[in-house]
Write a protein of this length. Structure first.
Length: 348
């Protein structure tokens, strides 16, 4: 299903029709090349004031970011009607609709780093373990960063579901997935579509984002990054993964919208001079919600790993403020508790 990689030049003026691959690296067409951050800016970032204020007290965390145990019976199968989302934490969402159960960017480990003992530590636990997950049909991966693609979690999922689990990944990530034991893998370029044999009525499309991929100093830009459209006969779900704001969301909305629900990142936003090129902030997330033509949006990529310097509870108030500022109903773009089930558009 992989497209022929071409060496067409990136243009910031026209719609992006496919990824741009040059000399073994994917280019970022929204930045006219590649990400600009360098070691100097990383050091400058590290020296900035950190306003995240994640409390060390578990009781304060339990109060401000409570964990809900999702009802195992309720999530055991896709809903009869409507779309059911369960936020597991960070960018991991269990999405169930139109007869399928899909997991996004699964990470169930304590840290998101190269080694199990290294990297940012989870400050909110997962509401359920891999062995408590319902039968999954598919997993979509947005990119190779450690907070989105966790090898120990991939191994655990493979152990539980084996070849019955269908992995959808952006171009050139398939080799890594196979090496981690994934048997059923579909690699897609931007704007390519695919279906699972088991659920031919549900379409998966990989769509662009303004981001990049990297797992070690030698593989920067070597695999593609992206977002996912999952469209069934009754409902559709958009998973943005991790991205800066760029013009692509308008195009995704025009092509595949309206969406029943979009999962949009709202965290790792400050300081802006450093994060703007890789992560949208909350006003931009609200703009994406509109441009994607999402009926409802779920906030992701926050409240789980401390990756940046904005206050750890900022999404709880700022999404509402920015929705109101944009003249939109605040209840259309929500944060949810870890493990909380959001069942939308059900008949009864
Ligand atoms: Zn990332
Ligand atoms: Zn991320």
């Amino acid at each position: 299903m992989a497209a022929n990689l071409t060496e067409e030049s990136a243009s910031c003026q026209v719609g992006i029709t496919k990824s741009v691959y040059k000399n073994g690296h994917f280019m970022n067409p929204f930045k006219d090349g590649q990400q600009q951050s360098n070691m100097l800016s990383v050091f400058k970032f590290m020296a900035e004031k950190n306003n995240s204020k994640v409390p060390s007290s578990q009781s304060v965390l339990d109060e401000t970011l409570p964990i809900v145990k999702p009802d195992a019976t309720e999530i055991s199968t896709p809903p009869e009607t409507g779309i059911r989302l369960t936020w597991i934490g960070h960018a991991t969402v269990l999405a169930q609709f139109d007869g399928i159960t899909v997991l996004t960017d699964p990470i169930f480990t304590d840290r998101c780093g190269m080694m199990s003992w290294q990297g940012p530590k989870r400050f909110r636990p997962v509401p359920l373990k891999v062995n408590e997950l319902p039968k999954l049909d598919a997993v979509v991966i947005s990119h190779s960063h450690y907070d989105h693609l966790s090898r120990p979690t991939v191994l655990e999922l493979n152990k539980k579901f084996g070849k019955d689990l269908h992995w959808f990944v952006p171009l050139k990530l398939g080799e890594w997935m196979k090496a981690a034991g994934c048997e059923t893998v579909t690699e897609l370029d931007w704007w390519e579509e695919a279906h699972m044999d088991s659920h031919p009525g549900v379409m998966f499309a990989c769509t662009p984002t303004d981001h990049w991929g990297m797992r070690n100093p030698t593989d920067r830009y070597k695999v593609l990054w992206g977002s996912w459209v999952i469209k069934g006969p009754n409902h559709s779900f958009y998973f943005a993964g991790d991205t800066a704001y760029c013009r692509t969301f308008k195009e995704i909305g025009q092509r595949y919208g309206p969406f029943s629900v979009a999962a949009i990142p709202v965290g790792a936003t400050e300081p802006r001079w450093f994060m703007k090129s890789m992560h949208c902030n909350i006003p931009e997330a609200v703009q994406m919600h509109q441009e994607l033509k999402a009926k409802k949006s779920l906030a992701i990529h926050w409240g789980t790993f401390n990756l940046s310097y904005e206050h750890y509870l900022a999404p709880l108030t700022e999404i509402k403020e920015n929705m109101e500022k944009a003249g939109l109903p605040a209840e259309d773009f929500l944060t949810k508790k870890h493990g909380e089930i959001w069942h939308l558009f059900a008949d009864n």
